[in-house]
Design a protein around this ligand. Sequence first.
Ligand code: UN1
Length: 513
Amino acid sequence: MSLNISEILNHLHINDNNGAFSTGSKWGGGKGDSIKTIYSPVDGKKIASVQMAGEADYNTVITQAAEAFKQWRTIPAPKRGEVVRQVGEALRTKKQELGALVSYEMGKSLQEGYGEVQEMIDICDLAVGQSRQLFGQTMHSERPEHRMYEQYHPLGIIGIISAFNFPVAVWAWNAALAWICGDVCVWKPSEKTPLTAIACQHIVQEVFERNGVPEGVSCLVIGDRVIGELMSNDNRVPLISATGSTRMGKAVGAAVGARLGRSLLELGGNNAIIVSQYADLDTVLIGAVFGAVGTAGQRCTTTRRLIIHESVYDQFKQKLVKAYGQIRIGNPLDEHNHMGPLIDKDAVQLYLDSIEKCKAEGGKFVVEGGRLEGADYASSCYVKPCIAEVENSYKIVQHETFAPILYLIKYKTLDEAIELQNGVPQGLSSSIMTNNLREAEQFLSYAGSDCGIANVNIGTSGAEIGGAFGGEKETGGGRESGSDAWKVYMRRQTNTINYSTKLPLAQGIKFDL
Ligand code: UN1
């Protein structure tokens, strides 16, 4: 396939000026006065423009979604699964084009763009099987001739707020499961990456139309934080699944919590790899470098800290510095390059500010950062991945900077390393590189990593969808994708049925009339 962007846009039904919302076949808000132009961070060129939705648009969508829910919940779960299976098939046929658009709109490497679409396909496959396994338990009642069991019922409208860094996969993790659970979805994509979302809406719609799925089961609303606020405060939306910064998550969590709604938060990470003296340093190198510079450091699972044993510290530092010298930065659509741009110029500024803050606190850069200039970097969004020797306690090290800045920290004992790894406000992903069984088990024990994800001999990023994905502390506590993450998309009901001729009360209470 040739990477002709206008052909790809055509193929994915992206117009020059796109509507602000969609309930499936219907698109609206195409004539509004609030228009956003989307420029690619790859070359700084305009890709297309989108309308931004307002409150009236939002309400139109929610009304349609509520209608759709009444029908969709009546379709048997395995039949809903069959529709999701077809969504997975459609994604397979569009993997190249959608992956390329992810790369062009967001800036991640083409390989990672394809990988992101692969995650969508994988979650569809998982959801198909899950649609026959929405299991509740049965219990033995304490009363004679009674039966007790529990059921999982569809919840309703699921509001999905997604981030620019995984513009389509995180939506798919939520939507594929929500649909098989009998829910309908309203998706607010990041306003930085709405075009890939529009492409997904078209892909899903083709499948839904063929299957007679009601209008409103998959909805899209493109807007800024106002839409996120409307959703978070809306009693008609029982679950908000939000991915993004801790700041955003705290606002969403507070608004949803104030109405006692449910939220699934997947927020910032400050992920570390502990590099033990018992590690195979060549393996560590790949995991650490991919973890730190993959997606230009813009994954929530990006490796931000390397906690290295003092006996291998200098040796590993040298390997890293050498490896950083070989990283090819440039157009991510060129598969020869390892690393593309940051999402926009604001992100570059944050990266530059973080480097200054790190230096001010005493950080010593062993690989210098900086903005890349020149014709190949015309969008002004390309930066150099950098490495600094720091103390874990620095304010900037405690903070998640969404950029390729890697911090090195030295340790003496494993207890100390685990304390350093846990000694940040975030708790998403973590890893230990060691061939020592005792070390690995300690790291995975109750006294080990406090993160939602803890790995041995692989890095912090690149989690498979089969596991539950999410983290503790300021990461927000939510779990998405595999394992029993489906349960959050359903409401649970305990049922007790009396098939006797009497009415015995629980706890042996006597109440005779
Ligand atoms: C994210 O960055 O929001 O583990 C998600 C990973 C990917 C998902 C990251 N599977 O890096």
